[in-house]
Design a protein around this ligand. Structure first.
Ligand SMILES: NC(=O)CC[C@H](N)C(=O)O
Length: 205
């Protein structure tokens, strides 16, 4: 079955996410069509969803004004995967610590925007990630840190702060997995988490 993927496309690395989704799908011999999401009505047809980095206040505004937010929530409630990166993580969180961001509350974490310090505005780090055999080359750009974690599971930390989390079908990262050729995070979010995200799947097999 061919898959349909959506990338919330207000700004940020939309094409890079699309390419990473295509690489991750190809590695599994899956066909995928990637659509850019700027308006409501498209997400219900999507099997997978990515919410890229950019500026969280801007993304939040689009998602609210275009009435995309309820569709993202319904997508996740149906157990379909969402990968939320950097600003996307801030929007997906339950507490962005910023009144200008309308959070979606899909990841039970509070975040601090731009938390990794001015001298380290942008850096790459070899990250140990739960579920990956080798460190992942993680690119951080004015990245948020995760301050506290409720129901979500921490997949990776940097500088003693969580930077990748999972809650059911949602994976959130502080870094930008679309900016390196390594598509293992997309693969983890979209193709390797089936049992965890679809309740009852394990039993029904
Ligand atoms: N690269 C990014 O997505 C940065 C996120 C941005 N600093 C914000 O707070 O919205």
């Amino acid at each position: 079955m061919s898959l349909t993927a959506g990338v919330v496309a207000v700004q940020g690395d939309v094409e890079e996410h699309a390419a990473a989704i295509e690489r991750a799908a190809a590695a599994r011999d899956r066909e995928v069509t990637v659509r850019e999401i700027r308006e409501s009505g498209l997400i219900p047809d999507c099997d997978l969803l990515a919410m890229p980095g950019g500026e969280s206040t801007t993304i939040s505004r689009l998602v609210r004004d275009e009435e995309i937010a309820p569709e993202i929530r319904a997508h996740v409630a149906a157990g379909k995967p969402l990968l939320a990166t950097c600003a996307g993580l801030i929007v997906a969180s339950s507490d962005p610590n910023d009144d200008r961001v309308d959070q979606l509350g899909l990841l039970d974490v509070s975040v601090e925007r731009n938390a990794f310090g001015r001298q380290k505005d942008s850096f790459e780090a070899p990250l140990e990630v739960d579920g990956l055999d080798e460190p992942y080359p993680a690119v951080f750009i004015r990245a948020p840190a995760i301050d506290s974690v409720g129901d979500a599971e921490v997949l990776a930390a940097w500088d003693d702060r969580p930077v990748a989390v999972r809650q059911g079908p949602v994976v959130g990262t502080s870094f930008h997995p679309e900016l390196t050729p390594d598509s293992r995070i997309h693969s983890l979010a979209f193709f390797e988490n089936e049992a965890a995200r679809v309740p009852g799947l394990e039993e029904s097999r």
